[in-house]
Design a protein around this ligand. Structure first.
Ligand code: DX5
Ligand code: ZN
Length: 214
């Protein structure tokens, strides 16, 4: 299992030491939640902050755009040196073009689905994706309870992915802890995002390893 700790749950007054802990951990990525107050009812951090984060972070960056018109930000995300850019299906009118533009910018392309968006909406694009990110809470806030129906979505998406020959990773975001993580691992998830569970643990690497070894 790959683990992508979400910086949203970090201590923002001590960001560099929080990132040093991630650098020293077994995490596979650092998950960065960009919110615009329009697509989701919250605002997190923007590119001036992320530039600083990118300078000190040694893990590949997994950027989750919770904004309208995410295609406007492709060059900004590329300039961070991000490995993955995730855009919401619900925010992209021309999803195919957006995915192509992310690839042209040299990044892996991920498409994110809100809890009520069916995985079948990926049928005609999964062959072009590097990742599908399933939200297991409504996007916008950390610390929310896991929506159990996500387990069914992971299973359906895995069947869809395997049947299409796509190599897209299945990532899940929201309410992930050791218990929900174990259920997600059994359902077929490849990457787990965890905010409060990782940053809320005095021993971050212990929390990361408890998910990684699922
Ligand atoms: C929510 C964000 C998540 C959030 C997860 O909109 O996309 O990445 O940080 O937080 P937890 O793990 O606390 O549910
Ligand atoms: Zn996220």
């Amino acid at each position: 299992m790959k683990i992508s700790p979400s910086l949203l749950a970090a201590d923002f007054l001590n960001l560099s030491s929080e990132i040093e802990k991630i650098n020293a951990s077994e995490a596979d990525f650092l998950h960065l939640d960009v919110m615009d107050g329009v697509f989701v009812p919250n605002i997190s951090f923007g590119f001036p902050v992320l530039k600083g984060v990118a300078k000190v972070c040694k893990k590949p960056l997994d950027v989750h755009m919770m904004t309208v018109e995410p295609e406007k930000w492709i060059s900004h995300v590329r300039d961070l040196g991000a490995a993955i850019m995730n855009v919401h299906q619900e925010a992209c009118l021309h999803l195919y073009s957006t995915v192509q533009h992310i690839h042209e910018a040299g990044m892996m392309a991920g498409v994110t689905l809100n809890p009520a968006t069916p995985v079948e909406t990926m049928t005609d694009i999964i062959q072009d994706l590097d990742l599908v990110l399933l939200m297991s809470v409504e996007p916008g806030f950390g610390g929310q309870p896991f929506i159990n129906h996500t387990l069914e979505k992971v299973k359906k998406l895995k069947t869809l992915r395997d049947g299409s020959g796509s190599k897209a990773m299945i990532e899940v975001d929201g309410g992930v802890n050791d218990k929900t993580g174990a259920l997600l691992a059994a359902a077929g998830a490849d990457v787990l995002v965890a905010g409060s569970y990782v940053f809320g643990n005095p021993n971050m690497n212990e929390a990361i390893l408890s998910l990684k070894n699922l």
